[in-house]
Structures are given as structure tokens and as C-alpha cells.
Design a protein around this ligand. Structure first.
Ligand code: KG4
Length: 358
């Protein structure tokens, strides 16, 4: 039998009370603590506190990330509300990243969201981080013209943990057509950059170096797997072994050929990504194609999208740089659409570290 608690009544009252739908979004899946406020689909604020503490270790240290989230979460939420000019009592719901991500990091955002929503008597909306990346294309900003994709469209989601081709049928209806069977594109770039002795994260460094290099200088192996799935572990190995051989002949090989190595690596990753995306677009007969996730900041990938638009008549959607890496604006917008669909989250919903897409 369905029973309404006092809390349910209180939430329902809040939902019907106002015309404005104001969502606080909270993101803490990895090493960025972020909070954002969205009113009726328009972004009012997006505050991100990044954690420099990991740079010294060449990768994210989960325990340190979790501790930094604990320190950051209250001031970041406070600042997001302040910049938005919104009081906590005006919020309609709290949206939060429930997963996937680092469990210790997620728990900070999830626990905060639960406590905050409960204390205000408003509903919670759980957001899958990956859906958030895709729906970042629907964030609107007052006074800015934003062209949004129409359904259905394809989205290439490329980050440090994922490389997926997604068929987006509606805000809350997505299907993964293909994904990596081993490493993600960003992970492969980061690892190759580490092998070259460059800093962390390697993606932006490789991107910068690649602009001055020759993308055809070196050839690395590309995967031959069927369907729309990706694989990047072979490229990583091929890069490592090629480099080892070259270093035997010239111990300063990396220093002498840094830009060409970066450009060739980037070009190989972009080729692998675009080949399957072309295949997906052809199979689905879809020409609206978006890109999302941290690696979508990459200039080589952005150029490849523009070239495909010109060559194949694709209508492309490339996110603003601020929405490529982890941010709460994308969680708030995804939460907004779920809230409109009345897809609320129960108080006992646990965080999850792995789950592809909703
Ligand atoms: O989406 P994201 O911020 O975090 C998750 O993995 O969820 O993506 C981070 C990844 C890292 O691998 C980083 O090196 C990569 O995005 N990245 C880039 C660029 N900026 C960030 N990769 C290539 N070129 C870039 N400009």
C-alpha cells in the first residue's frame, strides 16, 4: 500500500507553491567540487573548486579527493546560492551526482544533498554523471543565443573514464550504441603523456603541444573491433613500445620530438573516435551530432567535428569549454528535466561507483 509521510506532503506543497523551478545542482564525482543554480532551465551560477593537491601524484588520489570535497562543499554551495541571488528557501529541489565516480567523493555530495534537501523539505533528484555531460548541451544563459540539438541526436561522450556513442532520444531517454571495452580516450592520452614525463592531467598538455606538431610524423596502432565499440589499450601499448625503441637510439628523443609525438597521438585518438561515430551516424541515419565530456575540450577533436560537418552535412554541437570538464551546471540541468518529469529520488538511494547510463 502507498503511504504518504509528512515529508512527502511537505515536498508536494513546495512543488505546487511557485511558478519558478529553481534547482541546486551538486557535483562531487571525482576531483572537482561544484555547485550550480538553474532557474527554469537558465543558469544563474556555476561554482567549481578544483583540487590541485593531486598534481604532485600524477593522478587523482581518492582519499585526498574525498577530504577536499568535505572542506569545499559548504563554501561552494554557499557561493553558488550567493552568486545566483537565490535563498535556499526558494529552491525547488536539490539535484546531485549519484554516480558513477569515486565512491568516497560521491558520498560527500550525496550526503550533503540528502541533508540539505531534508532540512528544506524539498525533493531530491539523482543524476547520472554521464547523462549530465550529455544534457550540458541544453544549459541556457540569459542573453546568450544557444542552439540546442533536436531529438534524436548522437552524442560522443569522451572523458577520462568513458568513451561512448549515445543515441539521445529525449532528455531522460538515452541508449548507449557503443563504448570502450578497455581504456577511455582521456585515460589513454593521460597515460601516454605520463610516459612522456609531462604533467597531469595530460590531455590539455598534449592538446597544446599537438598544435605545433606534425600529426603524420608517427603511426600508432589502431584497434580493429567490430560494431560501434572502442578500444584504446592497444594504442597505449603501441605508443609505449614505439617510444622505448626510439629512446634506445636517442635518449633525448622525447625532448626532441615532443610536439610531433603529441600531434600524432592526438590525431590517432581523434581518428579512432570519428571512425566509429561516422559509422553510427550512417547506421542511424542521424546527422545531428554532439560531443561532450572532458576530452571534448580537445582542439583536434573539435576541428574533426567541424570537418565532418562540412563534409557530411552534420549539424554539430560542441560545448562551451566550461561545460566540458566536471561541473554542477550540467547536473542541475539534468536534474531540472528529471524534476519536470517528477522523477524524484528516495532518501535511502545509495551512491554508485559504476553504472553506464540511465
Ligand atoms: O569529463 P572529465 O573532466 O572527467 C571525467 O573523466 O569524468 O574528463 C577528464 C579527461 C582527462 O583525461 C583529461 O586529460 C581530458 O579529459 N582532457 C583533455 C583536454 N582537456 C581535458 N583531453 C584532450 N584535450 C584536452 N584539451
Amino acid at each position: 500500500m502507498f503511504r504518504c509521510t509528512f515529508y512527502d506532503y511537505f515536498c508536494a506543497l513546495k512543488i505546487v507553491k511557485g511558478m519558478n523551478t529553481i534547482i541546486l545542482g551538486i557535483e562531487s564525482s571525482c576531483d572537482d567540487t561544484s555547485a550550480a543554480v538553474i532557474r527554469n532551465g537558465y543558469l544563474l551560477s556555476n561554482v567549481v573548486a578544483s583540487q590541485a593537491v593531486h598534481e604532485a601524484y600524477g593522478g587523482v588520489v581518492p582519499e585526498l579527493a574525498s577530504r577536499a570535497h568535505q572542506q569545499n562543499i559548504v563554501p561552494v554551495v554557499h557561493e553558488a546560492l550567493r552568486r545566483a541571488g537565490v535563498t535556499k528557501e526558494e529552491l525547488s529541489a536539490v539535484a546531485f551526482t549519484r554516480g558513477p565516480g569515486l565512491m568516497g567523493s560521491l558520498l560527500v555530495g550525496v550526503s550533503f544533498a540528502k541533508g540539505f534537501a531534508r532540512s528544506l523539505g524539498i525533493p531530491m533528484v539523482d543524476v547520472n554523471h554521464l547523462n549530465g555531460h550529455v544534457l550540458a548541451h541544453f544549459i541556457q544563459v540569459e542573453g546568450e543565443e544557444t542552439e540546442q540539438p533536436e531529438f534524436p541526436f548522437l552524442c560522443l561522450l569522451v572523458s577520462g573514464g568513458n568513451s561512448q556513442i549515445i543515441l539521445v532520444k529525449a532528455y531522460n531517454d538515452m541508449e548507449i550504441l557503443g563504448q570502450t571495452i578497455d581504456d577511455a580516450a582521456g585515460e589513454a592520452i593521460d597515460k601516454c603523456s605520463k610516459v612522456m614525463g609531462l604533467g597531469y592531467p595530460g590531455g590539455p598538455i598534449i592538446d597544446r603541444l599537438a598544435r605545433q606538431g606534425n600529426p603524420k610524423a608517427y603511426t600508432f596502432s589502431k584497434p580493429h573491433i567490430p560494431g560501434l565499440d572502442y578500444s584504446f589499450s592497444g594504442l597505449k601499448t603501441s605508443f609505449l613500445y614505439s617510444l622505448k625503441n626510439w629512446l634506445k637510439e636517442d635518449p633525448d628523443f622525447i625532448a626532441h620530438h615532443q610536439t610531433d609525438l603529441a600531434a600524432s597521438l592526438e590525431a590517432t585518438v581523434v581518428d579512432i573516435l570519428m571512425e566509429k561515430l561516422r559509422k553510427a551516424a550512417k547506421q542511424c541515419g542521424i546527422r545531428q551530432v554532439a560531443v561532450a565530456g572532458g576530452v571534448s575540450a580537445n582542439n583536434g577533436l573539435r576541428n574533426a567535428f567541424r570537418e565532418h560537418a562540412a563534409k557530411y552535412g552534420w549539424k554539430i554541437f560542441i560545448p562551451k569549454f566550461s561545460y566540458t570538464t566536471d561541473n554542477a551546471a550540467m547536473i542541475a540541468i539534468a536534474g531540472y528535466f528529471k524534476y519536470l518529469d517528477k522523477q524524484y529520488c528516495p532518501m535511502d538511494a545509495p551512491a554508485y561507483s559504476r553504472v553506464a547510463l540511465e
